[in-house]
Design a protein around this ligand. Structure first.
Ligand SMILES: *Cc1c(COP(=O)(O)O)cnc(C)c1O
Length: 372
């Protein structure tokens, strides 16, 4: 049996005709950058998320960069985020000359621990970037309250959380702007890079739309120094097709999560592995199914031998990355993030997984622990 961490070919088999028709239509039109299909996708995703506006761009990384640029973040400013995340949450902060200030995560949800937020806020704090890691929303009410008191903006890193919701509102409208990625492994993935920002603020929308095309509103007239970060028509056409299937795929991921819970319990593995916890009020979309596992590295190698794909998201927290060493953080500064990096393992969770594949994964894990 083979169980890859993600099988995009299985997904493509189901939607091949629709996707190929959409690609052919773009080829017939020969209009490739921004244009009507991107506008259509922006409208569809704004509606899906429940936001007034959406602005497409070249990647999730750029969605975060553009959001910070639009808020005028620069040298002398601080931006609060978590150390246990993908690199692109943090890199735009330093790229703009601002300083990342880290707050540790909660062990159960892997998301920013609001109890540690107040002590990180200073008069220089310009923005907070909570990450909805693995597909579950952070505690936005508490984060928003702390931000509002001090006039700080909140940018959601929702790159792993399209369709996730908290108390009935979807990721992307829970802060001042929401950043999404269409990297192929995300729950809504394109055939290449792509990203999008949602917001209810018309002024912010204007700024984002200008910054993504070299800071220009009228062609060849530049009010600001922006960047080239445009979404292309092929991606938009493919994403419009895939968006129609997103809720079904999300349900598939959630069904697999429930199956894992039952199988792990039946195999009496709950002493060896801690399964993902969903906070009450959260609708988890499981971009990753991430467990804490004893003897993690040996388990990962064992599963690889058994043709089960897994991954460590993320093996080195951001405060311990070489490129951020000038920030002066040491090992031990964020113990919950560090422990997560040492013990987490993400298992296959994609919608097309067959029951037998899921059962095989858990059988292999059981076999491993019976020997260790
Ligand atoms: C994928 C991801 C990004 C970056 O998205 P790209 O489209 O790959 O640039 C940012 N933050 C998180 C949490 C992500 O998972």
């Amino acid at each position: 049996m083979q169980v890859p961490l993600l099988d995009l070919k299985a997904q493509f088999r189901d939607i091949r005709r629709e996707v190929m028709a959409a690609i052919e239509a773009v080829c017939d039109e020969q209009g490739f950058v921004l244009g009507p299909r991107v506008v259509e996708l922006e409208k569809a995703l704004a509606a899906y998320v429940g936001a007034k506006h959406a602005v497409g761009c070249a990647s999730g990384s750029d969605a975060l960069l553009l959001s910070l640029m639009a808020l005028g973040v620069g040298p002398g400013d601080e931006v609060i985020t978590v150390p246990f995340t993908f690199f692109a949450t943090v890199s735009p902060i330093t790229r703009l000359g601002a300083k990342p200030v880290f707050v540790d995560i909660r062990p159960d949800t892997f998301n920013l621990d609001p109890a540690q937020l107040d002590q990180a806020i200073t008069p220089r704090t310009k923005a907070i970037i909570p990450v909805h890691l693995f597909g579950q929303c952070a505690e936005m009410e508490t984060i928003n309250q702390a931000a509002k008191r001090k006039g700080i903006m909140v940018i959601e890193d929702a790159c792993q959380a399209i369709g996730a919701a908290r108390n009935g509102a979807r990721a992307g409208v829970l802060g001042d702007s929401g950043c999404f990625s269409f990297f192929p492994s995300k729950n809504l993935g394109g055939f290449g890079d792509g990203g999008l920002i949602t917001t209810n603020d018309a002024t912010l929308r204007e700024a984002l739309a200008m910054l993504r095309v070299h800071g220009s509103k009228v062609r060849y007239i530049h009010d600001e120094v922006g960047i080239n970060s445009r979404l292309d028509a092929l991606q938009a056409a493919i994403l419009l097709v895939k968006l129609k299937h997103l809720d079904r795929w999300t349900e598939g991921r959630r069904r697999n999560a429930t199956r894992y819970e039952r199988l792990f319990a039946e195999a009496k593995l709950l002493e060896r592995a801690t399964l993902p916890q969903t906070e009450p009020g959260n609708y988890h979309v499981f971009n990753q199914y991430t467990i804490y596992a004893q003897k993690r590295d040996e388990l990962k190698a064992y599963l690889k031998d058994k043709n089960v794909g897994t991954e460590i998201y993320y093996p080195v927290p951001m405060h311990l990355q070489t490129c951020f060493k000038d920030l002066g953080y040491r090992k031990g500064a964020f113990p919950v993030s560090e422990r997560a990096s040492e013990t987490v393992l993400s298992l296959p969770i994609y919608a097309e997984l067959a029951d037998e594949q899921l059962a095989y994964v858990v059988d292999c894990i059981k076999e491993f622990y019976s020997r260790h």
